[in-house]
Design a protein around this ligand. Structure first.
Ligand code: PLP
Length: 394
């Protein structure tokens, strides 16, 4: 039987979905290999016991039935309060749809804004699922490159060049994979282009609690932007709740109303006991968020210190998020080929830059998700391998 064109082409021309090396590493681990994994954005701690206890208590109290599809009123209220306080934009519960994670929020936001065949812009380097998410709603993904030499901050002119006839623009700050935190100038440029070309702006802010330099600014807070901006947020990264699948979309109430109809037709909401656990997690305040973010700040410093001690690999110092990008072009290899060497010879798994688009080719991304000592050991061995490869190449 023939499957739909949309689902058969979800990965576009890519030979895999960008997770080839990751899958290979996981297969070797399943066969008993010892591999240091610096691949996925997954904390090396579990969800805080207080949050799990709240989840358990909620389920035991009987919150196990269907829950309100747009989300529990109290959680919508807490998310609205959070965004009002953090961004200064007055936000009420009817601006909030609770979703099963940020990923479902990205899918919902593009469903709300793009019709089949519409051009949907996104910034390259990008989080590996983006093009598939855009294709999943029938949109045509159009990449706009942000350059390494510009600190991976997208330029308004580059976006404008592709914006004619487009419907939406997807941005992500703090950024995965580059670690860029968009400054006010970048965001004003983005706002200008979306206004000039009447684009929806979809702002993925799932790393908003992980900022090492500068400050997180939500583009929804810029003048006149709230009416065309849909913010995607999540508890995954801020509260180490990746497996709980809890996120949100924040936008104009008339969009949220339609997202509720979409959720009626797809997910039918998020489990109530997970939402109550999320509510409890938010009530624990910023101390917990800082505690969860702290190891990434520390490990970023470890990587930068080690990289400083040699001159083959160049680090792009992350301003935010739980990753560091390394430019390995001096080895003469692509990110993909270097990643394969690293896995085969050093049993260290990383993500090749090519998994995140053209602009990150010749780079690798390290997820700072293993303990400090193992990370230090892995980076030292990675740099030594890069040194040997560069010598062979010269
Ligand atoms: N957006 C970005 C940039 C991400 O890196 C991720 C996950 O790694 C997500 C969205 C999706 O996160 P979740 O669905 O767990 O909220």
């Amino acid at each position: 039987m023939r499957q739909s064109h949309r689902i058969s082409t979800l990965n576009g021309d890519a030979k895999d979905d960008g997770w080839g090396l990751f899958n290979l590493a996981r297969a070797r681990i399943a066969q008993g290999a010892e591999i240091i994994e610096l691949t996925q954005g997954e904390h090396d701690i579990g969800t805080d016991a207080r949050i799990l206890e709240a989840m358990h208590a909620s389920a035991m109290r009987g919150v196990t039935g269907y829950s309100p599809v747009p989300g529990l009123p109290k959680l919508r209220e807490a998310v609205a309060k959070r965004l009002s306080e953090r961004t200064g934009v007055a936000t009420t519960p009817d601006h909030v749809q609770i979703t099963p994670g940020g990923q479902a929020g990205l899918f919902a936001a593009h469903n709300a804004t793009c019709d089949p065949g519409d051009r949907a812009l996104y910034i390259d380097p990008y989080y590996a699922t983006y093009p598939g998410t855009l294709r999943a709603v029938g949109a045509v993904p159009v990449a706009v490159e942000a350059r390494s030499r510009h600190g991976f901050q997208p330029r308004a002119e580059a976006i404008a060049e592709k914006a004619e006839g487009a419907k939406s623009l997807l941005v992500n700050t703090p950024n995965n994979p580059t670690g860029a935190v968009y400054g006010i100038e970048t965001l004003e440029g983005i706002a200008r282009v979306t206004q000039d070309h009447d684009l929806w702006l979809i702002s993925d802010e799932v790393y908003d609690t992980q900022v090492w330099e500068g400050e997180h600014i939500s583009p929804r807070a810029l003048p006149d932007m709230a009416k065309r901006t849909l913010v995607v947020g999540s508890m995954s990264k801020s509260h180490a709740m990746t497996g709980s699948r809890l996120g949100w979309v924040v936008g104009p109430p008339e969009v949220i109303q339609n997202l509720t109809f979409l959720a009626n037709a797809t997910t039918y909401g998020v489990p109530g006991f997970v939402q109550e656990a999320g509510l409890h997690a938010l009530s624990l305040g910023v101390d917990l968020e800082e505690e969860i973010a702290a190891p990434f700040r520390r490990r970023r410093a470890i990587v930068l210190r080690l990289v400083e001690g040699q001159n083959v690999v160049r680090a792009i110092p992350a301003q935010g998020a739980m990753y560091t990008m390394l430019d390995i072009r001096a080895t003469g290899l692509s990110g993909e080929a270097f990643g394969r060497e690293l896995l085969d010879h050093e049993a260290i798994a990383v993500m090749p830059g090519e998994s995140f688009g053209h602009a990150a080719a010749g780079h690798i991304r390290l997820a700072l998700t293993t303990d400090d000592a193992r990370l230090e050991d892995a980076v030292a061995r990675l740099l030594a391998l890069a040194g040997r490869l560069a010598e062979r190449n010269s």
